[in-house]
Design a protein around this ligand. Sequence first.
Ligand code: PLP
Length: 395
Amino acid sequence: MRSIASRMSVMSGEGALSVFARAKELEAQGRSIIHLELGEPDFHPGQSVIDSASRALAEGKDRYCNVIGVPALRQELSAYLARTRSINVSPDNIVLAPGCKIALFLAMMALLEPGDEVLYPDPGFPGYPSITLGLGAVPVPFELSARNQFQPDIEEIAAKITPRTRMLLTNSPGNPTGTVYTDEVQRALAELAVKHDLWVLSDEIYARIIYGGEYLSMLRYPGMAERTLIIDGFSKSFAMTGWRLGYTVAPPEVVPALALMSVNTYTCVAEFTQYAAIDALRDREGNTPRMVAEFSRRREQFVRDLNRIPGFCCASPEGAFYAWVEISGTGLSAEELCRILLEEAGVACIPGAAFGPFGKDFIRFSFASSATTLQEAVERIAKASAAWQGTVAVR
Ligand code: PLP
């Protein structure tokens, strides 16, 4: 009998993409919608990156190429990681992929057996539990709670480790909370990983988007080199979402497995985009720091304005570009609130449960939109708040 494989019924979609689809429908009906649902910078790569892509195409760099990425880009990534993250990584330990999502998927496929347990942050990127389930492994959430400033709770994680635990997934700065894990927390996570001999999958896609301090990669902690895979890419730090460029930094014995995954799936990443990526990493025009400085200004304005909305409570994120707003004070569910905001106010945002059950009293806005757009969004939300003002809990 013909049927869809059962693994498909355990995987899930992404809240952001379904809200985006509905928002597009409303726009097609002529409604004005402010899109604050997607995690996509409103910037584009600098002219030198675009010129370099055109030049590479003109030079015929549009062929099948090295399955783990062209050597020149892996060399440049090694220098970039040393410069921006103080980690020494050989170019031989870097594997390119068409985006971070596929890098995550294939790394997990290479390392997990069915039944293995994977510790992951909740609220967190929806792909973590979905991919885990799709591979027949068992997702085990650890809570990022407001009580703990959205930092992982080491005691909770330690208590959840069993003989089947195989992997610890970390994401700092985190989507959706914007938390940058403290040095103390990361050190303790590293100690747990060593003690229980776990793989650590460190999703560092927002590493460059932090609002102060030095970024601390999980790879810097004792005992991490042989067990840590870093996932990173060009979507967020270089505003190159549609270019589909990501990479994994892996211990030497994992690289052949990732190369085999590449051979069996995407073969190689588009050659000309890899040459353009070299220019993005060199960033002679200073595009990334300029973008982050702009996000920082918007963060201050947007978080301050959101906290003036009755029933909203939002801590200032330390990284990434999301406002994670506690909304239980409105007396409405996050789903109902998002529905009102989209259908009535024309502001698209995401109910927190899309990032896991512990996100249920929150909504997420992306502030990767211009300051004027964000201001208009807040004005629309303030107007719509009449719908719940009567029910606002007294703080
Ligand atoms: N990891 C996290 C935490 C993300 O927020 C995202 C995208 O939103 C990804 C991975 C996927 O990124 P990419 O566009 O490179 O596939």
